[in-house]
Ligand binder design. Structure first.
Ligand code: NAP
Length: 490
């Protein structure tokens, strides 16, 4: 179930938000501690559009109520008298609610500092209070804390709500039904969250397909840091939906890759995408990768099959697919002269991919020594950054970060040196239309947007996990829709 917290400042606004929330949510939580005027509980509960949890959270448990305990809990007793479906009360104040009538009591524990080691002991304390439902919400410091919360939820055979707060707690908010928690909280809009890390109800429903997640849903995800603006959950969940697969794909903000992989076993994950800064650590985890992935030394896709972990790098194939999409049907990269700008992580995958397909690669980078080192490893030529306009080339690839938002007027290659008919691929995808691509189009070059590489690497990951071809058009549509939605905050 999804519960939307109502955090309005006035009774009238709270009532309006309840009506809006009830269109999508299963219930709402009336956060009385947010009201900045006298609470009119009868007005709020009268003809309510859905079941209600009444909460008046004390400041000591992360709420806004700063008055005395007697006054704070008397309004909860009034909620019971008025027939509220649920009342949420802190575990150390539950004795103040003697009469319960038909109301179910949620006994809650909040910790905004950490996720304590003794979660099971805390659960036992809550169970000892005699409430109907226990609620544990803790601050997640490492993603392994989030995994422990999921495990706790799975272990407890009683009605419970178990959640991790903060950006690293997001998986617990998405996987509640997978691990048997009664409900998750989701905000009516971004500015109406009642706890750090809370998703909006539309993201929960549209991106994560919350209604279709159950105990048998297979868990996939993306591991990285930062991860908040990743487009991967948008595209992979859309692909799973399109293929009718009971799978859910979740963001994992991870600092320590190895300890996360160990602790993630209890999620029984089926596959992970791996992004910065963990691709090299992922490469150390797997053996038997394909030849090009082995040379790149970075793995962006992991697959779990029983106790066996396999991995690959889909970036290099994706870059080739993106470039080939601009070439004539059946055309080959063999013998094509390619100038690659950059020498960072993206360049490495692109260069090894191009060389494996027989292209003649020249690398130019601001720091010449990096270009030289990569060229030596890959078996191609490096030139100085100032010489980049002097080489004859069929294809130009930008894999520097030049042109990326917010420096959108920067460009890695002067317009006047571009030649009509050249293929110009810009790995930068924020913005989608970089200055380089705009100018290349003006010079009659064939342009390829960076988002094409993102789309193809996602499709290849999907295929690596499921054995089915990744639905490229579905992934492209989801990527562009999500990109338009989040690009301003990237
Ligand atoms: P990275 O490892 O940090 O490398 C950055 C590269 O940009 C280095 O070669 C660096 O040169 C160069 N650079 C930075 N500022 C420069 C400047 N002012 N003038 C000249 N060169 C400059 O980054 P990365 O991971 O390789 O990513 C590079 C770009 O590719 C990013 O925009 C990223 O978003 C994009 N990308 C796209 C995809 C996709 O799917 N489309 C995938 C991965 C990456 P130095 O060596 O001299 O510092």
């Amino acid at each position: 179930m999804i519960c939307v917290p109502i955090v309005a400042r006035t009774n009238e606004a709270a009532r309006a938000d309840m009506l809006r929330a009830a269109r999508l949510a299963d219930m709402v939580e009336l956060r009385l501690d947010y009201l900045q005027e006298r609470v009119r509980l009868d007005f709020l509960l009268q003809d309510r559009p859905c079941p209600v949890i009444v909460t008046n959270r004390a400041a000591r448990q992360g709420g806004l109520y700063e008055g005395g305990e007697a006054e704070r809990t008397s309004i909860l007793r009034e909620a019971v008298q008025l027939g509220a479906e649920y009342v949420d009360i802190e575990y150390d104040a539950v004795g103040r609610l003697r009469e319960r009538l038909g109301t179910k009591i949620i006994v809650s524990y909040h910790n905004f500092e950490e996720t304590p080691a003794d979660l099971h002991a805390i659960a036992q304390t809550l169970l000892g209070t005699g409430g109907d439902i226990i609620k544990i919400a803790t601050h997640v410091t490492t993603t392994s804390d989030a995994v422990r919360l999921c495990q706790l939820s799975a272990d407890l055979g009683v009605p419970k709500v178990i959640l991790g707060m903060g950006s690293k707690g997001m998986p617990t908010r998405i996987l509640t039904q997978k691990f048997g928690s009664l409900l998750t909280y989701a905000a009516l809009s971004r500015d109406r969250a009642s706890a750090p890390g809370q998703l909006t109800i539309t993201d929960l429903l549209d991106v994560y397909r919350f209604r279709s997640i159950d105990a048998s849903s297979a868990v996939y995800g993306v591991i990285g840091n930062p991860i908040a603006h990743s487009l991967s959950p948008h595209v992979q969940n859309a692909a799973f939906r399109h293929e009718g697969l009971n799978c859910v794909y979740v963001p994992f903000e991870v600092d320590d890759f190895d300890s996360f992989i160990k602790s993630s076993k209890c999620l029984s994950p089926k596959g992970f995408s791996v992004t910065l800064p963990h691709k090299e650590a992922a490469a150390r985890l797997v053996r038997d990768v394909d030849e090009v992935t082995g040379k790149i030394g970075a793995v962006n896709t992991l697959k779990f099959d029983g106790g066996r972990i396999t991995g690959t790098n889909t970036d290099w194939k994706a870059a080739l697919d993106a470039i080939k999409s601009a070439m004539a049907e059946g055309a080959s990269l063999a013998g094509k002269r390619v100038l690659v700008l950059g020498a960072g992580g993206a360049t490495r995958a692109i260069v090894f991919g191009l060389i494996s397909s027989g292209a003649e690669v020249v690398i130019a980078n601001r720091t010449f020594e990096r270009a030289e080192a990569l060229a030596r490893e890959a078996g191609c030529r490096a030139i100085r950054w100032e010489e980049r306009t002097e080489v004859a080339t069929d294809i130009i690839v930008n894999s520097t970060s030049l042109g990326m938002s917010p420096e959108v007027e920067a460009t890695p290659f002067p317009k006047e040196a571009l030649q009509g008919g050249q293929v110009v691929f810009d790995a930068v995808y924020n913005p989608r239309q970089t200055r380089l691509l705009r100018e290349a189009a003006e010079m009659d070059c064939i342009v390829v947007e960076g988002i094409e590489m993102f789309v193809h690497q996602a499709a290849a990951q999907f295929e690596f996990w499921t054995g089915r071809p990744g639905p490229v058009d579905v992934i492209r549509n989801a990527a562009t829709a999500a990109f338009d939605g989040v690009s301003e905050t990237l």
